[in-house]
Each structure stands twice: as C-alpha cells, then as structure tokens.
Design a binder for this molecule. Sequence first.
Ligand code: G4P
Length: 526
Amino acid sequence: MDFLEEIARRRTFAIISHPDAGKTTLTEKLLLFGGAIQTAGAVKSNKIKKTATSDFMEIEKQRGISVATSVMGFEYRDLQVNILDTPGHKDFAEDTYRTLSAVDSVIVVIDVAKGVEEQTEKLVEVCRMRNTPVIVFINKMDRDGKDGVDLLDEVEQKLNLNVTPLSWPIGMGPEFKGVYNIYEKQLNLFNPHGQQAEEEVVKITDLSDTFLDENLPKRLVSELREEVEMVQGIYPAFDRKTYLEGNLSPVFFGSAINNFGVKELLDCFVEIAPTPQPCMTEERMVEPDESKFSGFVFKIHANIDPKHRDRIAFVRICSGMFERSKYYFHVRSDKKLRFSNPTSFMAARKSVIDEAYPGDIIGLYDSGKFKIGDTLTEGEKLHFKGIPSFSPEQFRYIVNADPMKAKQLSKGIDQLMDEGVAQLFYQELSNRKIIGTVGPLQFEVIQYRLEHEYGAKCKYEPVSLYKACWLSAEDPAKLKEFATKKKRHMGKDKSGKDVFLAESAWMLKMAQDEFPEVQFHFKSEF
Ligand code: G4P
C-alpha cells in the first residue's frame, strides 16, 4: 500500500462525554466490532470515582489504567481507526482539551435521561473553536428519558451545533422497540433480551410500509410517522461537506450497553468521518501528504512503571512517514533525537512499530526531554498550534516543605508542568510560584507525585486569584504601560509570557476599562 493510501485509510477521533453517559461502554463495543478485543469488560473506565478524591493509590491505579487505554487502534472495513480516550473527570479537562488537538473528529455521547451536561458543553465548545466535525450519539434509549425532539433542541441550544438526525427512536425505556434509520430507510429492531451482536435489520420501502403496522404497537408507529415527518421538515438533510466543515452534526440513537445502534454508528462513521487533516503551525499549514515527517507531542504520561521514572510522550503524526531509529529534529531543544522503541497502541496492547503515518498516534519513551506541544520534524523549524493553556480555575502558592530537598522539588515541579499536570506562574514582584489547576484533585496528585517520584515535599498556601489572563495589544508601548502600572498583579507563565493575575472579576473588569487597547485572553493562544 502506498503512502497516500495509508493516509486515506486512517480515521482518528475521540469519544467525549460527561462522566457516566456511556463513553467507556461505547468504546468497548466499537472495539468489539473492530475485533480489537474479544470480550466485554476488557476496557476499564479511566474515570476517577467521586469517592476516590483522597485515595492516592486509587488515583495512581486509575492513571495506570488510562495509559493502557489512552489510544486504541483497530482495523474495520480496511480502515485503520484510532480512538483517543479522554479522562472523564472534570479536574483533568486540560488533558482532554489537548487530546482534542490530536483528533480529526469526535463522537459526543449524551445520556438520554440527563441530556446535555456541563462537561459535554465545555468539551464541545473546544471542538467548535477548531471546527472539528462532531457526531452525536444519544445513549441509554433502553431507559426512560427526554423526548427526542426536545433533546435535539437542547443539543442545538446548549452545544451550539446544527443537527440532523440520521436515525429516529421508536419508543423509549421499557417500550423501546428500536430505531428507524432515516438515511438507509430501514428498521433496526431492538431485542431487549440478551446481548445482540447485531440488531435485527428490516429493510422497508418507507414509513408507510405495512410491516410497521403489522409488527409494532399502533401508538408507537403513528408517533414514529409523525415525528420523522416533523424532524425531516425542521432539520436539514445530511450533507457530508457541511459535516466535514464542522457545521452539521448527524445524530444517532442507541443503547451502548445493549450493543444497539453501535454498528450503525460505526458504519456511518467510517463512511463520513474525515481522513487526517492538515495541521496549523505558527509558520505555515502542514499537509498530511507532505513527504517529510512532522508531528507534535499532545500528551505525556509518566510513571508507567512506578519503579522507574519513565514517561511516554504521545505524538500525533501530521505529515510524512515516521520511521523507527531514524534521527528526527526536536525543534525546541535544537537537537536530533532517535527512537528505537516507538510504540503503537492496538487496544490495551502496545507494540513496537517500524513506521507510522499521518493520523497515527505513536508513543515515544522519554526520559524528560519532552514538553507538551513539542514538535518533531526532519529539520524544519515548525511550531504546531492548537494546544493552548487555559486560565486555571484554582490557584495556590506552592511552598517547599523540606529545605533539604529544594532541588528535587524544583525538578519535580518542572517535569510535572512539562507533562501538563497543572500550570505554573511566577509572581512578578515576589517571584513566588503559583500552581493553577482546573480542580482540587490535581493539587493532591502533584503533592503525591512530588513525594513519591521526586522525594520532595511541598505544601500549599492560599492565594486569592480569579483568573490568569494572557495579554496582547497592537501597540507594544501600551502593554508595557499596563505591565508597569499593574506590576503588583503581573506574573509570568512557564514559557515566560506575561500574564495578568486578576484577583477578582471586578478587578479584571476595572483593568479592561482602564486599558481598552489591551486584549485580555483566557487562553495562551489567541
Ligand atoms: P463513562 O465512560 O461515560 O463514564 O460511562 P460508562 O461507559 O462507564 O457508563 C456509565 C454507566 O452507564 C455504567 O453503569 C454503564 O453500564 C451504563 N450504561 C452505558 N450504556 C448504557 C445503556 O445503553 N443503557 C443503560 N441502561 N446503561 C448504560 P454503572 O452501573 O455505572 O457501571 P457498571 O457497573 O455497569 O460497569
């Protein structure tokens, strides 16, 4: 198979959802179809259970599990499908945002009873920023939930997506009979007893087919006819180009646990989902079919073996072919590096690979050279965009609690920040270190890891901060003026960029009013 064919057969995507909507279950069923696993239960959820916030061993265990299931590849209908897993816990949302920079499309799972939840909104917002094509899967149809039309309304309103249902449910909960596949004009009938490998499929001419009247409850049939007629009147017909542009999201209904509607989703996905897309760098757009290799690190996972402080850097290949043991250029350090054991991820199995193509994710063993966002090329100085840091939600001073271990602490903090566990800011006047996170769990993880991996002890002290804002202005003099005037509230991020550390929403508003020429950004890329 030649290089272009290899690219054309790759589909790299992520499944995102609010915890408990069924992401893990759906992933597992997709892997079963792909033959990547043989039995249900092989994929462990990487979510950190609510009760485990103080159970460090549990956190470690969960982290370990999520390494194995971070990327799962399988072949389906001659295509190479790569699923990137995302942590469910909201405190690790940054990790998920970064993973989304490495995929070409996403499937959003929504619980029919709960509708659009908070975490889903945030994640889809990131997809919208990048125009990532989105497919929606409404799950748990075997349970009573919201009405289909109301749910589509909610998806449009809250997720800001234009939708078009490609299937429509017949009843729900105990009355759930299956779905009508609008696209293929067929009925997929639900068998509530037992785990069906494939749902029963009946081809019908259209919704007036008497098969419906003969085989389904009268009320449900008339509801189905009415509803489908209505949704076809309201929603646009599916158009692949619009979907690929990120402006139209097909919607499916099913029940992942019952393996219902999953094959239909997968079959549609492989047909419509985008092949590896061009990647934007600060310098230029990189096309996947360029002959020279390039890729970026979007995730670093440490401590796979607790006895060694080894890490795996996850690299998304953007262009060209990656080859084992060849020297590549690490742009940030200006050095050549070679990798003799690059791995690919097929389900929970890792295997050493000789080559990989655009769209693939490879794992590179790393002894501490990589940072999130690093670029590898064949020599060109490229810097991939699209992995911004977002303003943290919670801030604390980090303080050394063991003066004998200052060096270890400083190294540990540096490496954990390179991995993207949290963000570090230096206060301008005091030069004190402030850790910023999305949620409280990360503070615990940092403390635990500093102690167990670096032998260092830290404690936290409260700091009253609301947001960290990155700044820009057309006139550099204005920025300087701002920084001088607000010196007491200025800081630097890890890469030395100026940030305004606002103590409250009110203070931020005052600063904005006072300096209308300065733009305040809640993420590091703008
Ligand atoms: P997540 O990764 O999005 O967090 O969700 P996960 O797949 O772990 O599913 C959350 C719960 O929802 C699980 O139950 C799972 O069995 C259930 N579930 C998933 N799909 C369906 C579905 O189509 N119908 C119904 N009724 N339930 C579904 P749990 O009790 O939390 O875990 P478990 O003990 O079953 O593993």
